[in-house]
Design a protein around this ligand. Structure first.
Ligand SMILES: NC(=O)c1ccc[n+]([C@@H]2O[C@H](COP(=O)([O-])OP(=O)(O)OC[C@H]3O[C@@H](n4cnc5c(N)ncnc54)[C@H](O)[C@@H]3O)[C@@H](O)[C@H]2O)c1
Length: 338
């Protein structure tokens, strides 16, 4: 990732976790952060390669991205006498990465943070780009920083233990990357080759994100194309996430209305269905609209949206909130769908 002084390597290879000690500077105090749903052997394997590991396992789930979760990590570092030269390593999915990254960014005004993502979502998306955050007062990712790690290790072997539904939800972000910038990546999903060619999927999706972030690290413009499917997806997630829909599943639903042609929408719908991602959902348009307006991407009475007309090319524009509300009403009548 070429970001001037904040540039870093993203290494992608099977078996990297076992070699972490030779790839990261672990000869110091290391806060190893994982959650209760991540197989414990991954964090244990990492801790065994650290000179002075301090292992913290937070409760699995979005609830860990909270002030309580942050306090747990900061408290553990303070108790163990961490200094500015020490570091934090996330061994987990997007929840652990976002929380541990934020703790690293804020402890003593910032200490080194390495990310070892263990979910498909974090391996194709959240582990790079430097966004860290916790949720607050029911609003997702509302408190956070941009904080780039000095190195990210992507080990596809770690996905072997991930439940199929979680694997597919992460694939939704890779499908998104294909839709906005890499039609060949979309085709890997279209032909059902994604699992057999997992490394290529991860590489292509990470490359899309890397190319965008390198041009617009702080989301002043272009980086917003990564939000394809997220404006409506976040709205749906805010209302129905607790009812059981995963982040990637909400993104899948949110992408469909943002296809500019019926043919592309049908194409995307078939790809999503192939990976058992949702293409239909009943929802209350008023509740979702209220959530979209509450989302930080809404500005005044307009909302920034990302659309795709031709696979591999994203378009950004702002629409009147009322137009978005009407779109949601139309989509709700169809139950989204293709
Ligand atoms: N920072 C960013 O740029 C960015 C981008 C997208 C999403 N996010 C955030 O990422 C989070 C979602 O991340 P996620 O989808 O990885 O969810 P997650 O971190 O909650 O992980 C999903 C579940 O899988 C379990 N798990 C993790 N690794 C496993 C493995 N290898 N084997 C078996 N189980 C495993 C976890 O314990 C958890 O229960 C959200 O909070 C979202 O806001 C951040």
């Amino acid at each position: 990732m070429a970001l001037g002084a904040d540039s870093y390597d993203i290494l992608l290879q099977r078996g990297l976790l076992a070699k972490a000690g030779t790839l990261l500077n672990l000869g110091r105090k290391v806060l190893v952060v994982t959650d209760s749903g991540v197989p414990a052997q991954y964090a244990a394997q990492l801790a065994a390669q650290c000179a002075q590991p301090v292992l913290v396992t937070v409760q699995q789930g979005e609830g860990a991205k909270s002030f309580d979760g942050l306090q747990t990590l900061l408290g553990a570092m303070l108790d163990a006498g961490f200094h500015r030269g020490d570091c934090v390593v996330a061994v987990g999915g997007g929840v652990v990465g976002d929380l541990a990254g934020f703790a690293a960014a804020t402890y003593m005004r910032g200490i080194d943070f390495y990310n070892i993502p263990t979910t498909s979502l974090s391996q194709v998306d959240s582990s790079i780009g430097g966004k860290t955050a916790i949720n607050f007062n029911g609003v997702k990712n509302i408190v956070g920083t941009f904080y780039q790690p000095p190195r990210v290790l992507v080990d596809p072997d770690l996905l072997a233990t991930l439940p199929p539904r979680q694997l597919a939800a992460g694939f939704a972000e890779a499908i998104k990357a294909g839709m906005i910038a890499d039609e060949a990546l979309l085709a890997l999903f279209e032909t059902g080759a994604a699992e057999a060619r997992l490394e290529e999927v991860l590489l292509r999706a990470l490359r899309v994100k890397k190319d965008v972030v390198e041009q617009d690290e702080k989301e002043a413009g272009l980086r917003r194309i990564l939000n394809f499917g997220h404006t409506l997806g976040h709205g749906i997630e805010s209302v129905y996430g607790l009812g059981g829909l995963l982040h990637g599943e909400c993104v899948a639903l949110g992408m469909l209305p943002m296809c500019k042609t019926p043919a592309l929408r049908q194409r995307l719908s078939s790809v999503l269905a192939r990976y058992h991602l949702p293409t239909h959902a009943a929802f209350d348009p008023d509740l979702v609209f209220a959530a979209v307006c509450h989302d930080k991407k809404g500005a005044g009475n307009k909302t920034a949206i990302v659309e795709v007309e031709t696979a591999g090319h994203a378009l950004m524009r702002t629409v009147e909130n009322e137009a978005l509300r009407q779109l949601l009403v139309r989509e709700a009548k169809e139950g989204i769908g293709a």
